[in-house]
Design a protein around this ligand. Structure first.
Ligand SMILES: [Zn+2]
Ligand SMILES: [Zn+2]
Length: 559
């Protein structure tokens, strides 16, 4: 790996990117960017920082850390020790949470591990080089980092999202999209943890998980939940403390290991948490509470082996050997693990054999990152020239770079560690128009009827008159997506003329793939075109199975 993105032949006035770790699997995130003459290291989540130590000199002029999760921060201590003069910056809250990454080290002994930067207030580090932090959701203190470099001819800008989440979760507000809308950075480095996957509404995810935990407890099982030190565990505690299925229940929730230290750290940050959380904390303790049910307590290590004789919930470190719990005479147990661990191909380092006690392992979704829709929404709102995807399995990132709505608007990159990318900035680059806004609707199922409720903005759109003209809609599947379209008067008339073609004739009028006088068969040369009822192509398939003589052909079609 080369030491740093080299300056381009025509001078310093441009941008380059060299990742040391892009968050594939568990490699961590560590990204070097060059803006003109300056080199900035974004995050240092490498478990082993030796690639950064190849030269005598620090690998960058300064380091910015997006948030306190270990996959973004665990290399910072070693980096500080290797280069005492290298400045490291993060938000105030991140600065407070960072020491949890090294529970065995007293970081008070390390002078200036990290300097705090304010949110939403640009800071100039060196002539022409400045940064501004924006809250990114995801974790208290998490920041998206806007870097700008002002050259004589123009100002260059690069936004790094870190891990981000557009939705509000219980202990942190979502990334405020309106603060960044229309920013038009030259380069956007964005996480793609969930690829193009689409998630149910956060409230549904919470209710679904709460119901499953409740069912386990009602079935006399204990629930074991391994979580990271920060973020998910505290979210779960807040959920269990405030969800109607649990409030008032005579139930013990035990918190073990570094997760408990994470809770203590949150209590120190109370004034930075959302006002709803501060209100809650005015009436009862946020985490540690032995009086209000369900009770939340620290698990003393000597009780690990005996816990679970009656149904309870344990939150513990994901690195903890779970066989320490689940001892004979306890359980049965349900192990609930966050789905994302599986998606990111990060298996737990223990086997599920537990001394013979019944243990059922399941996973759940309580997302801490935006889904595919959130990711594309952010990109379209920012409208950058270059988009670089990091953080997530290579397949998921490839799903994102494969999206037509992205690659026909932006330059997309998702290189692995060690690959240098030059980022030429076109002066004449025309910012593409953002795609149309999409609206969220609601479904309700009553017996065999599904009612779809759409927001007023749809009904007020002048196009809706045409859509609803006949009062008839057509619904059909396009892969996993359900497509709705209104049927116009003209189409109704021409459909009835279709019926004049005898059913036995192989033609577009009788083809399964012809709807609304258009061909929808991707294998057909007529795909997407308007077709006449008498038209024909070699991939005809009948829409009227009863009239065809060969049933075997149809069976093979259905597979
Ligand atoms: Zn994170
Ligand atoms: Zn991360």
């Amino acid at each position: 790996m080369s030491q740093a993105p080299p300056a381009s032949s025509h001078g310093y006035d441009d941008l380059a990117y060299l990742p040391y770790g892009v968050g594939h699997s568990d490699e961590g995130v560590c990204l070097l960017v060059r803006l003109g003459p300056y080199r900035v290291l974004l995050d240092c989540g490498l478990a082993d920082i030796s690639p950064l130590l190849k030269a005598e000199n620090p690998p960058a002029d300064l380091v910015l850390c997006s948030h306190a999760h270990s996959d973004h921060a665990r290399g910072l201590l070693a980096l500080r020790q290797a280069f005492p003069q290298l400045p490291i910056y993060a938000s105030e809250v991140t600065t407070q949470l960072l020491p949890l990454n090294w529970p065995e080290v007293d970081t008070k002994d390390i002078p200036q591990l990290c300097q705090a930067l304010p949110m939403r207030s640009p800071v100039e580090f060196q002539t022409g080089l400045a940064a501004e932090l924006f809250p990114a959701g995801h974790l208290p203190g998490a920041a998206a980092i806007l870097l700008t470099y002002t050259a004589p001819q123009r100002t260059y800008s690069l936004l790094y999202t870190g891990d981000f989440f557009l939705s509000n979760s219980r202990l942190v507000e979502g990334l405020p999209l309106e603060a960044l809308r229309g920013l038009e950075p030259d380069v956007l480095i964005v996480e793609g943890s969930y690829g193009t996957a689409r998630h149910p509404h956060r409230r549904n995810q919470e209710n679904n998980l709460a119901e499953r935990i409740n069912q386990a407890i009602a079935g006399a099982k204990s629930v074991l939940m391994p979580v990271p030190t920060l973020g998910l565990g505290q979210e779960l505690l807040m959920l269990l403390r405030s969800h109607h299925l649990f409030t008032g229940q005579n139930l013990d929730i035990w918190v073990d290991g570094n997760v408990a230290a994470g809770c203590d750290a949150y209590l120190e940050l109370l004034s930075s948490l959302p006002s709803s959380v501060q209100n809650f904390a005015r009436h009862q303790s946020l985490f540690w509470d032995e009086r209000v049910r369900p009770r939340v307590r620290r698990l003393p290590p000597e009780q690990r082996s005996s816990i679970g004789k009656s149904p309870c919930i344990i939150l513990t470190d994901e690195s903890h050997d779970l066989r320490e719990y689940c001892q004979p005479g306890t359980g049965p147990w349900v192990l609930l693990q966050p789905q994302q661990r599986r998606n990111m191909a990060m298996p737990y380092p223990y086997s599920l054999t537990t001394g013979g006690e019944a243990l059922i392992a399941q996973d759940y979704l309580l997302a801490q990152h935006s889904d595919g829709l959130g990711t594309t929404q952010l990109i379209h709102n920012l409208r950058p020239q270059h988009v670089i995807f990091v953080h997530g399995s290579p397949t998921y990132l490839a799903d994102l770079t494969g999206l037509e709505e992205l690659h026909n608007r932006y330059h997309l990159h998702s290189p692995g560690a060690g690959t240098l990318v030059e980022l030429p900035i076109g002066e004449t680059f025309v910012q593409p128009a953002a795609p149309e806004t999409s609206y969220e609707g609601e479904l309700s199922e009553l017996g065999a009827v599904v009612t779809i409720t759409l927001p007023e903005a749809i009904a007020l759109d002048p196009r809706f008159t045409n859509f609803s003209d006949t009062g008839l809609v057509e619904a059909r599947w396009q892969g996993e997506e359900l497509v709705l379209r209104g049927l116009s008067q003209r189409e109704l008339l021409s459909q009835s003329s279709n019926a004049k073609v005898p059913l036995s004739i192989e033609c577009c009028g009788n083809c399964l793939h012809q709807r609304g006088q258009r061909c929808w068969n991707q294998d057909s040369p007529l795909y997407g075109f308007k077709v006449t009822p008498e038209g024909y192509c070699p991939v005809f398939e009948t829409a009227h199975p009863a009239t065809t003589p060969s049933d075997t052909d149809l069976e093979s079609l259905e597979e």
